[in-house]
Design a protein around this ligand. Structure first.
Ligand SMILES: Cc1cc2nc3c(=O)[nH]c(=O)nc-3n(C[C@H](O)[C@H](O)[C@H](O)COP(=O)(O)OP(=O)(O)OC[C@H]3O[C@@H](n4cnc5c(N)ncnc54)[C@H](O)[C@@H]3O)c2cc1C
Length: 320
């Protein structure tokens, strides 16, 4: 029996947004013949019902307290039990701190492979075909599996979650299985961030190496503030110490998909594009008309940002 098992995650007492994105991906696979969608989440029935409202046909609640450790040792037996009960042959996890560890651990235990950090998934000939970045983001690799069980971790923001539909029904079953964690989590800490989170922002103003120095981020923050958005940066700008690495957009940074992405003095290298190509509207501000960012943008202003950004700020202020 084919089917898809989504490993959902909890966050601050609720369900983490990656879980809805995984369910969105799973529903697409299901429509292509992937079978029924089942979700597993550590926690209570309310979370399981929320997952059903967002697209799962049924859900398991993993109730064993050991899962609170978030370690693969604790999770693997729970996932095995869910696989046995659901008959799923595809497992989807987020490319998150849980998924990065649990995906490979599951693949090792269940004698199969895992495709990490996938951005596209489809069913072809009844089997999963996953697309992921290769060679540092310069190429895309399509992979399939030899073993019956197919495991993939999914890059955040690659799929849209579905709107909740409270009328959707499905069975909720508790699973008590868990392993003994060999790793003891002594504490967790979150990076300090003020204002709108990059991943949640509908408008992002990002700056690159072409800004010339760290202080230029001041006017980008001003522009982002007027547009009620967040400020991001290219890796080159972060590596130079001009902006915090937590705000880096790209293959090795944050994946974002805002309505408006304003790229200021960023060339548009493939590794940067890997993080923001899903933006609904890209605006480039760049001196070089031949830069990739200008080519992929919906609108481009080809000039020195030192002239363009202050003028843009003045015009926006007039509209306020
Ligand atoms: C494995 C790997 C992972 C990577 N991951 C990431 C990642 O996650 N994110 C990322 O961003 N990069 C990443 N990179 C780096 C990436 O390849 C590029 O080097 C980087 O994105 C370039 O940053 P940039 O566009 O700011 O700088 P540049 O490529 O130097 O571009 C600067 C741009 O500014 C323009 N400019 C200059 N002066 C002005 C001005 N006064 N006004 C207007 N425009 C001006 C120039 O025309 C140019 O287009 C990665 C690389 C590797 C190998």
């Amino acid at each position: 029996m084919a089917g898809i098992l989504v490993i959902a995650e909890a966050n601050d007492g609720g369900v983490a947004s990656i879980s809805y994105e995984l369910l969105g991906a799973a529903r697409q696979l299901s429509a292509q013949g992937g079978g029924a969608v089942t979700a597993l989440i550590a926690g209570d029935e309310a979370k399981a019902k929320d997952l059903i409202a967002h697209g799962a046909d049924a859900a398991f609640t993993a109730t064993n307290a050991a899962l609170a450790s978030g370690t693969p040792d604790a999770y693997v037996p729970a996932v095995e039990a869910a696989l046995q009960a659901s008959g799923a042959d595809i497992v989807l996890l987020g490319q998150t701190s849980l998924g990065r560890d649990l995906g490979p651990a599951l693949a090792f235990k269940l004698k199969t492979a895992v495709a990490m950090d996938c951005g596209e998934l489809k069913i072809e000939g009844g089997r999963l075909r996953a697309t992921r970045a290769a060679y540092g983001g310069n190429a895309r690799a399509e992979v399939t599996f030899r073993a019956a069980l197919q495991i993939a971790t999914v890059k955040p923001k690659s799929f849209d979650g579905l709107e909740a539909d409270a009328s959707r029904g499905g069975a909720v079953t508790a699973i008590d299985a868990a392993g003994t964690p060999r790793v003891k989590v002594l504490g967790t800490s979150k990076p300090e961030s003020t204002g709108i989170k990059l991943e949640d922002a509908t408008v992002i103003v990002s700056g690159g190496r072409g800004l010339g120095d760290a202080s230029a981020f001041g006017i980008l923050e001003q522009l982002a503030g007027l547009l009620k958005g967040a400020t991001g940066a290219s890796r080159a700008a972060c590596d130079l110490g001009w902006y915090p690495p937590s705000q880096q957009v790209g293959l090795t940074g944050k994946i974002v998909s805002p309505n408006l992405y304003i790229a200021v003095a960023i060339s548009g290298a493939s590794q940067h594009m890997a993080g923001m190509a899903g933006s609904k509207n890209i605006v480039a501000i760049n001196k070089d008309a031949d830069s990739n960012m200008v080519k992929v943008s919906k609108f481009a202003i080809v000039d020195d940002y030192k002239k363009v950004v202050p003028a843009l700020i003045e015009e926006i202020k007039k509209l306020a």
